[in-house]
Design a binder for this molecule. Structure first.
Ligand SMILES: [Mg+2]
Length: 383
């Protein structure tokens, strides 16, 4: 079996209404999908998290030429081959995002070649996965009080749909954030809730918000500080009882090793479409285990990454574990996304707040390429 082609699909769709978080407002969704084609006709689908045209350039000009003619089943060998070929440049950023998507596609191919789901190749469980609803993004067309009321109503639709776990955005301003945290707890006393600031706070602000999260029994405090601030995250972890989570901006076992050695995190959150793919995720998972931390992958894109994250979660260990298991929840983004909602003819179903695995070989997703075609962007258009 040999790789004969890698095709890139940078995708874009405008949103009907902008959604915001602590750093900016999204007016469009951009995603990147790639297809690895083999000489026997087998194809594997991969997804990368990051700026799509830059990733497309790195795949087309750098990794695709390296991989033509290689055996796709040797994902470990090929990961190291790609790593070494551009080691000076791919330690962080776009190149590692590209490697991530290629690696995901190689796992899809391996599963198809062996007629086995990726979840089974990883040794995971077939139990349905509980999911948490990510949403409650800011709206720039309303005053804060009205917006908060709308966000609470938005969350109620997820609870009605069967979700028992919500993730809200914080990091707008301290006053609003504290009000939002309290209002969500008041409205949803039975729900698990986590808060994500997307690295909005300095250390003192994070302590102040963290105490409100503790008082309202939140499940975790995500990206409280700058992704570079390993030391202060470790300090924060010592002074707050709310678990500290981060990692969606981090890549490779070497990046996560800094979190591990500083004991910065209770929860590692690698994004499989960015951290180095499924192959590298396994190393990060082992590192987190040795650091006595949980692993809850970040997952904010299309259903390829969702299938990879679900397959990975199906096998992550508890640290340390007990008879009555603590459940790991899969992130399911609820925001408007016409690409995600139209290009897959088959994927794992999310019903009543749980992902149910299908038994298809590979990742278990099938893309309708004619449905994807309208979203493919011209490389000359600004990303
Ligand atoms: Mg996040």
């Amino acid at each position: 079996m040999k790789i004969v082609d890698i095709q890139c699909f940078p995708l874009r769709t405008d949103l009907s209404r902008a959604i915001g978080f602590s750093q900016w407002y999204y007016h469009a969704k951009n995603n990147f999908v790639l297809k690895v084609v083999c000489d026997d006709g087998t194809v594997g689908w991969g997804e990368c998290y990051g700026p799509n045209l830059a990733i497309a350039a790195s795949v087309e000009h750098h990794f695709q030429p390296l991989l033509i003619g290689k055996d796709p089943l040797q994902n470990e060998v090929l990961w190291n081959f790609m790593w070494c070929a551009y080691c000076d440049f791919n330690r962080y950023g776009i190149f590692m995002a590209a490697i991530s998507g290629i690696d995901i596609a190689l796992w899809d191919i391996k599963g198809k070649a062996l007629n086995t789901p990726v979840r089974v190749l990883l040794g995971g469980s077939s139990e349905p996965l509980p999911c948490y609803a990510t949403g409650m993004y800011y709206r720039d067309d309303k005053p804060e009080a009205e917006m908060l009321a709308e966000l609470l109503d938005e969350a109620a639709t997820y609870v009605d749909a069967g979700y028992t776990f919500l993730k809200v955005k914080v990091g707008k301003n301290l006053e609003f954030d504290k009000e939002l945290i309290a209002q969500f707890r008041k409205r949803f006393p039975e729900s698990k809730i986590a808060a994500d600031s997307n690295h909005a706070y300095n250390y003192k602000e994070a302590i102040s918000i963290g105490k409100v999260l503790e008082a309202n029994d939140y499940c975790w405090f995500e990206e409280p500080l700058s992704p570079e601030n390993y030391a202060d995250m470790a300090r924060l972890r010592k002074v707050l009882s709310v678990p500290i989570a981060a990692g969606e901006c981090e890549q490779t076992r070497y990046g996560f090793e800094r979190f591990a050695s500083a004991r910065s995190l209770d929860i590692f959150q690698p994004d499989i479409a960015y951290c180095g793919g499924i192959t590298e995720f396994q190393k990060i998972n082992a590192l987190a285990s040795a650091a006595h931390a949980d692993v809850v992958p970040h997952c904010w894109g299309l259903k390829i990454n969702q299938a990879a994250a679900a397959s990975a979660i199906s096998m992550v260990p508890e640290n340390p574990g007990r008879f009555e298991r603590r459940q790991v929840f899969l992130e399911v983004d609820q925001t408007e996304h016409p690409i995600r909602d139209t290009i897959f003819s088959t994927a794992h179903d999310v019903i009543d707040g749980k992902l149910h695995f299908n038994d298809l070989p590979g990742l278990g997703v099938i893309i309708d390429e004619s449905a994807m075609e309208p979203f493919v962007i011209d490389p000359k258009v600004k990303d």
